[in-house]
Design a binder for this molecule. Sequence first.
Ligand code: FE2
Length: 284
Amino acid sequence: MMMTISILLFLFLVSLSLYKAYTNTKDVIINDIQYKSIEPNEPHINLLQISDMHLENISISPEQLYNQLKDNKIDLITITGDFLDRKRSIPKLIPYLKVFNKLNTKYGIYVVFGNHDYILKKQDLNLLKSTLEQYNCTVMQNQHQKLVINGDVLNIIGIDDSSTNRSDLFKSYDNISPGYNLVITHDPNIVLEMKNHHFDYLLSGHFHGGQIHWPKPYHLAKLGRKLMKMNMVKGLHFYDNKPFYISEGLGQTVLNIRIGSRPEITYHKLSIKNITEKVTSKAI
Ligand SMILES: [Fe+2]
């Protein structure tokens, strides 16, 4: 009898914990990041970062996402990989892409792929890419694009996924103009290899804040050993004095639960003014 009660109590506590871990996936955290001070009247860019949507396990609907975003001034959107890993999830992406389009950003939507996107067969990855392009996303695979904003140059550099050995830093920076270098990439581990490739700011995801980050960040056991050892699991960090950001992502992998982490929407406020002159003589 005692044994049965203990088992029932144990199962009850496990179910309760799993339920809480599931409700955590609906509890989106909004982070406002500004890695250096900006004067009140200084021109700046409001950037929205979305990462790791994992459409197989996402608890935020497109409508809920739109309601979260609609009242904010957003100039530029970046999505740092891991949209999905199954072909059948591609149609599910479309309502989210419509939300991003509805925000009417001044400078557009720039995206990179993550390791999960590369699980798709080649023709399915092509379908994902063409779907993104159909909804005005610039898909970046080791390439850059130059934007001129009020006379200042903003280079958006999309470095392909490092965790699947697709990063090509030289190709990504090939013939780049002097300016503010904003890197978007999936796996933040790439910062460890960028001693000779200058960036002013780098946006990434991949780690999910550990996803089940209790009592330790399990999701990172195989993904981010080096950065994890340096306690760089989520949020803003500096490596070689260069700032980079690791988003916890919006969706989940394997199980739709989070413990010790939450889904994340991130706003970054950037000043790119006067960077162009400063870097003209500086090696990339
Ligand atoms: Fe991911």
